[in-house]
Ligand binder design. Sequence first.
Ligand SMILES: [Zn+2]
Ligand SMILES: [Zn+2]
Length: 305
Amino acid sequence: MVEKSFLVQKFAKLTLGMYTVIGYSVAGEETVTQIPELNVCFDIGRAPYFALTSDIVCVTHGHMDHIAGLPYYLSQRYFQGMKPGTVLLPRELEAPVDAMIKSWRGIERQTTPYTLVPMSAGQMYEVRKDFAIRAFATHHGGISLGYSLVSVREKLRQEFIGKTGPELVALRKQGVEIQYRLEVPLVAFLGDTTAGAVFDHPDVQNAEILITETTFFDPTHKQKAKAGKHLHVDALVELLPKLKNKWIILSHVSRRTGVQRAKRVLTKKIGPERMKNILFLMDFEGATDAGDVDEAGPPPNDSAE
Ligand SMILES: [Zn+2]
Ligand SMILES: [Zn+2]
């Protein structure tokens, strides 16, 4: 007697206005979050199939649950005839990641093309004239960056509105700056971080969509949050008043708690009204509650996540 069934890893898909957020995130296991409309994936997890379509990957830090799939992502894109992947990553990780990818050449017997873009906090990478990615510092105890996807526009200065085309051309010829640069943060992704100055960054406070970790929810997990430089729900609650985002997405919840219980804990602390624009990435129909350790995956341990 043979019984057949399928085990399928489920991914989250959120549609928020103009943007879709596709991803999977459980602390210590895998974190990968894609915004397909902007052609960007934040971290790569184990390189699930959906992530392969993003031309750009922004790596936040070197923990295995965020970066393990990078060589697979690059190799698969090459194999499938897509253009080489572009990987933004903290400057300090460039050399070891480059060495890691190159070591695959000897294993795979194939030369996979790729582009690494070393980034520092405050640096902006121009994807197109009207779209850029900014890196900013996060607080995860080592080398780590967050990223914001920024729409860039040249706008006419207030004092010149109403002038005719020829008048504007004449002003320009005189060397007058008739335009100013308008930057609108669309999506900000923090990766792993504890509370700190990152939450005062204008992109983080104002991005239409903010994706932040909140790993721990139990009162007894405060020490774990401190030790691993992760965000505890009590710290998030303190930070919420300064976050003006249209949507806040919480990810990287620990298996020790599970998304459903995490949601109940947060709702109890801030009330259903404040919860209206706060979503848990992994809160979807049919998702295995990551709290059910016996049924879903290996038991959590204390390795870096
Ligand atoms: Zn992590
Ligand atoms: Zn980490």
